[in-house]
Every structure is written in structure tokens, then in C-alpha cells.
Write a protein that binds this ligand. Sequence first.
Ligand code: ASP
Length: 961
Amino acid sequence: MIFPFIALFWTSVHVVHAWPAKIPIQSYTMPGDREQGVIAAFNFTVERHNNNRMNPFKFAYRNRDMRTSPSDTWGVTKKICDDLEHGFMMMVAGETNRLHTAFLGIADHLEIPFVNWDLSPLLPQEVASSNMEVSVRPPTAELLADLIIYKRWNYVIYMYDGKNSAQNVQQIYTFIQEKSNLSVRAELVRIPRDASELGDFLRDFNLHRFLSNEPKRIIIDVQTSYRQQQFLAAIRTAQFNQHHYHYVVANFDFSPYDIEVFQNGNTNITGFQLLSRERGEYAALKRYVESQKFYASMDKNIDIESRLAFVHDAVLVAKAAFEQTLRKNDSLFHQNFRHGDLFNRGYPGIYCYPKQDTKYEDRPFGTFEHGRAIVKALHSIQLDEKDGTLTGNIEFDRVGLRKNFEVTVVDLVSNSKSAFNKKEIMEWKHSVGFIANRTIAQHTRKQLGDVVSKKIVKVATVLVEPFVMIKRGCETSNSSECQGNERFEGYCIDLLKLLSDRIEDFEYEIFLSAGNKYGVKQPDGSWDGLIGYLLNGGADVVVASLTINQDRERVVDFSKPFMTTGISIMIKKPDKQEFSVFSFMQPLSTEIWMYIIFAYVGVSVVIFLVSRFSPYEWRVEEMANGGFTISNDFSVYNCLWFTLAAFMQQGTDILPRSISGRIASSAWWFFTMIIVSSYTANLAAFLTLEKMQAPIESVEDLAKQTKIKYGIQGGGSTSQFFKYSSVQIYQRMWRYMESQVPTVFTSTYAEGIERVRNHKGRYAFLLEATANEYANTRKPCDTMKVGANLNSVGYGVATPFGSEYKDHINLAILALQERGELKKLENKWWYDRGQCDQGITDGSSASLNLSKVAGIFYILMGGMISSMIAALCEFLYRSRIEARKGRINNMQNLRDSLYQQLRLSFQGGAIAKEGSQAHEALKRQKASSLLPAQYSDPITSEEFMGSTKSAGFPGRYNTAV
Ligand code: ASP
């Protein structure tokens, strides 16, 4: 009795010790298969399984990297057999080519379950009755057949690079025949292996077919996602017109990236998607793969390929199969794990063929004992996304192919109306076909025509010149030209028209925001104005001068900016500068004029002194009587005259001869040259430009004064800018504006601009430069922009989150920008319609007018008058001298003398006849002229005129000596 008990005890101890053991599974990867990704996906899924304590068993996973030639079936078989001797319970590989025979041979002969993460190349009729294989990648034949029927194509070109294309085409035929009476022709074309040849291949292909107008429907069946990427890149860059082409990417690797790039082009393309990319499991796998070392050196695909998802799901399939097997009999494997080895039918390892085993000489040759049970479980599993699958529902049919799976079909068809392809998203289900009325909402770039049933787009806007204005004459009129959208004009209205030309089915209706409000967040979190309309569904799109800012971007979507601007200052134009009659003095400041006068006097004195001290300025002249006279030309009077003449750029008949005098004069000449040329240079600018002195020239000027009040429009981005600014000066301005009574805030720009115009320069308005510049070009042309912009912002078209118009508007705006349409609009509304001259206000001011130069006329007149007064004085003075010479100091004599002088002045001269008194007097004077002047006795006019009167001079005699 004791023995059986002990035996039982021993057995149970043994079993407890051995189970739960790790179930060994073996994977195989092929060279050139970019197998690191596959191995990483495997590791990730197995580790995730093993780390989950809830799982009743763990996997022992090994991978063998088949470094062998792709046709070495024998070598591969041998390697698998070697591994089997160490023991594993399931084989996982992704083989669709020649080596598939090796895997399948072993699976069938030894009844080893085989999970192929790819698609088995066998046709259903070829599948052996044992049927040990399941394929995780679903077959595409039925889907392709349905697509061809749906599109009613009767000729397709099947481009492939794998082995089993012929079988696939055959299957497609079978399905088409089963489902419709469509007759379809197919042509098989092999794609070259080398990626660098793909471009030439496509070109040659097109060259051979371009004569036929038949549309070319090409099904692309390439083996890996990497190859697919290369092929799609070749299609995108192909330099020929692919208008007649429609490509179908027949595996499941049509990624969101591909959709994005093809949607923006005009290539017709259809792709299939199976992956649930938004699942956390997918993100975790992606992260894991990307964190691997090999990934850094790989040329990145935008997304991980679907193959890795199939590998992931293959592990889940294996797990489900073992769970199912154990569920039926949880002690099934108890005998199989001993001493860390896998035992099959009581012997360690599994042998492919009878072999001499030294340890177990009696080892019979046999298949894997649980193989059939596991395969049976494999065929009955049912997994879906709740079980963590990435490729949807997993079930296998009789021959081990996926069934009841769903595929998203993305159909991008070129569209002449739109800048990008029309996108149709359809759901297809295995053995059901296309499911009507099912579109997927996760994709943002939906096709408007299909999703929206021709609704009128509600466009909200605000009235701001020149963006949106009521047409002239439509303010009160209700005529037909002033109905609906026709009532408005402006930049935004033109922009809307351009958008609707570029976007299919974009019919719109414009309405104005109540209170002309842009929109700010209210204390309770709601929004008013335009943003409020978008949030409460009152508007579908906002096209206005709506500034993109952070707060708004949090609640609505903005397109790319269609215009950039910034907050700027508007003031009333200062009155034109008053020109005094002495404006010609302005080129030099009063200070300089003063210095010039001092310099003039100073230089004259210096020249006087140096001429006095320099012996070279003294002239010695011999007189007739033998004496000498010493004279110097540079008297004080002459010095002043000489210096003045030089300053006026004139010459005199006296010039210094001494070195000292010449140095002083040269210095003065140089000085005058520079001063005069500087004066001349400035003079033109001063006299012709109407300079306006703005009272403030920057925001700093504005902030530091209180004389000019300033304000902004409330309830918009400008007020938000000041309110939340961290810049001290803006904070100060905000506090100032808030504290003002009456308020300096306005409800519209128009109100602010009006205030600037009416407040005689006592109110400045801060508004966006676009509106500022426009107002400055409008009559009465009395406003101006000063200083630089305070910030830089953009205007965007806003849509509610998830709006179907967003992408279309975005693309259309970019296209308009690239083609210069937006610039044209800007010119039309800002510059072409300007009513004011910029800078110089009227053409006449470019030429001099009298008011600016009257001063010089006054000076001229003054000079003339003073010269005449001086002449009179000289005249009187001389007459008085003459009268004194007559030594009779009475009035009669003075009158005579005056009379004589006057006569001489009027007559202009007289002739002294020989023998006359005048002649005698002149003779005397001539004789005495040989004497020094002071000894001579000049002839008096009295003597002269008295004699001419009596003698009657026949001719003229010039008395000027
Ligand atoms: N364009 C601005 C806005 O969107 C108006 C402003 O506040 O100056 O609110």
C-alpha cells in the first residue's frame, strides 16, 4: 500500500515542480526581412503576456534568425528539426514564399501547430486535411473582387513582387464570378526588386500604354510595407500624367500618412486599413519598437507597418489557442515538462525522423502528441479588440484563413473642383461586402459633398473697414442688389468668394455678429461675439478680421493666417507747419547764426590786427615832392567789407599780401565754404518739405504723457493683449485706460477713429495696423499711424472643433497665398482705393511758394532802402562840406550848394571849357594831385558847376575822380 502512495506522492511532487511551466514557442525570421522589428514586436507581446499575473501560463519564447538562402528548403527544414529536438509546442513565422514549404512540411508531418503572421500562399484546395496552419494576415482576394465589382472595372493590372500573385488573381476571378456577371480581364506585371528601378519601371510602363485611352487600374501587391512605401514614393514622383490611373494598394499598410499625402495630390488611389491605430496597445507597441536600438539606424516609416501588428496578434492567437486547449483539460500538459525539457510521448524533444538516440534507444518515431488538440483550438478561437488585438476581429475558417474581419477602404479620387482628392471612406466586411451608410468619423479631411447634404454654410462676421462694409447705398435701401450676401463688400467678402470657388459645395450666407463683437471669454467661461456663435452652433465659419490668439485657439480651430498685422497707434495729423517769412534761416539754427556773426566780427578783427602788425601789408609810395607815404589797405572798415564779401562768396579788390593775412583769410574762406554748402544742402529740404511734427512718435511717448488721452476697442484681442500683458508699459497703459472717466474704450473701431478725428489731437486710438492704415487713406485724410506695431498677430478663418470645412479652408488659404491672390486683394482694398496722398499732402508744396522766401525779398528791399538813405546822407553831407568851403556860412550858400549837387546828380556830368573857372580849377587840382592827397585841394562841385553854368560847357566831363 505504501508503494503506490509513495509513487503518487512522488508524481504529484514532480508535477507541482514542473507545472505551471513556460510553454515553449519558437519563431523564425528571415534575412532581409527587417526582422528586428518583428522580433521587437514579438518580445513586446510575449513580455506583456508573461508580466500579466492573471495569465495561467507563461511563454518561453525563442527566435531563430534563418540566415539562409531564400530557396534552401532543406537547410531550413534541418534547422527547424534541430530546434524541435530541444522541443517547442508551436511554430510562429511569417513566410509566404518558397520556404513556406519547409515550415508547412514539418507542421503537417509532425503535427506542429503553425501560426503564420503573414498570409499562407496556399489556395484553399491545396490545404492538406491535417491543416496545421493559420494565417493572421487576412486574404485580400474577396475584398479586391468586391472593389472591382463596386467600381465596375473590367480591366485591371496586377502588379506584384511576391510568389502567390497568380493564385490571388485566380481567387479574385472566382469571387467575381460568384458575385456578379462582370467580365474582367487582368494582366500580371512583376515589379522589379530594386527600389532604384521603380521610377524607370513606371515610366516604361506608361510609355507602352499611353496610346490607349483605357483607364489604367493597377492593383499593387507588394510583400512588405517598406516596399510599398518605396513604390508609392515612385508613384508620387513619377513625371507623367497619371490622370487615367487608379492605384489600389492591396495590403493593409495604407497609413494615415499616405492618405494625407495622396489627398493633396491628384492621383486616384484606394487603400485598405485594418489597424486600430487609436488604441493604447498600438501606441505602446509603437513606443516599444521605436525605443529599440535598431530603430535609430532605420530609415523611418511614418507609422509602424501592419506586419508588426500581425506579429503582435499572432502571439495573441497562440495564447488564445493554448488557453482554449487547457480550458478543456487543464492537466493536459502535465506530463510534458520534466527537468526543464519538453517531453513528447514520454521522450524528450520531438524528432523529425527516426534517429539513433543513445539515451533513449527505444524512442519510437511519432508526431507531437498535442498538436491536433492545439490546432483544433486554433481554428475555434474568437478574438476581438477587447482581447487586445490590433487587427480587429480574429477568427479562422476551415483552411486557416481569417474570416469575419472588417476593413476600412479609403478611396481617394481626383477632383477637378478641389485642390485635393475627394475622399470616400467605406467599411467592408468579410463575406458581407461593403457596408452601406457607414463612414468613419475619425478622419478629419472628410469630403464635404458626401458628408454634408448641401447645407448653406453660416458665415458670421463683423463690420470693420475695409474687411466687411455695407455697400454704398445699401445702408437703407432694400433693393435686390442689397439682398443677402450682396449687401456686403470688402476684403473678407472677396476672400469668401475665393474660398467658395476653391471648395466644393461651399455655399454660404453672411450674417453680422450682434453688437459687432469679436468675442472674449466671459467670467462664467462662455464666449460672446463671433467665437460665441461658433461655440453655440450659430455659425459654421467666421470670416472676419478675427485675431488668432491662445484663448480662442483653445475653443475653436483657426486656419493658417491670411493676413498678419499688429496693434498700432492712430493720432490726428498735426496741423501743417507754419512757415515764417524767414524760413530760409531755418537750415541753420539760431545758435549757429549767432556763432557766424561772432566769427565774422572776430575774423575781421584778426585780419585787421595781423595786417597792422605784418610789415608786408604796408605800402610805401613815393610822392612827387620826393616824400614817402606809407599806407595799409586793411582799415577796420575794409576788413569788415573783405570778410563779408568772402562770406557772400564775392570778391573784393583788396586782398591780403602778408602770409599771416592769407592764413587768416584762407581759414575764413574754408569756413564759409563749408557753412554755405551745408546751408545750401539743407535749404531745399527745409523749403520744399512740409514737415509735420507729431506730438507723439511711439507708444512710450504716449504712455508717459497725460495730455493726449488714448483708448482701445473693448471686447477684442487688443483689450486682451493689454489686460494680460506682462510688459510694464502696457500694464500701466491698461490701468490708465481702465481708470478714465468718461471711458476711453469704444465698441467699434469706427467709433474710435471718429473720436480721433473729432478730438483735435487730444485722443489717440490703439487699433490693429490694417484698419489704421486703411482709415489713414480715407478722406478727410486727417489721421495717421505713428510708431512701430506693439505686437504681431494674424487673422484666421475660424471654425468649430471637428468642422469638416477646416482642412478645406486651410488648403484653400494656402493656395490663395501661394498664387498671390491674397496680395492682390490687399492691394485692391488698401492701396488702389486710397483717397489721400501719402507724406507730402499736395503737389504744389513741392515747389517754393512766396511765404517761404518772402524774407529774402524783404532783405533785398531793406538793403535798397538803406542804400538810398545812405546816399542821401552822403549827398547832404557833401553839400554841407561844399557850403562850408564857400566860407560864407549862411543858408543861401547851403541852398546853392544843394542845388549845385542836385544839378550834377541829374545831369550826370558837365564839360569844363578852356579858360572857364572850372577848367582853371581842374588844372589846379591835377597839379596838386601829384602831391599827397591831404595837400591837394580838390575841386568843388560849386567851382565846377559855377563855371560850367557861366561858360556853358559844350560836352560832358566826368567829375568822379
Ligand atoms: N481683430 C481684433 C479681434 O479679433 C479686434 C481688436 O480687438 O482689436 O478681436
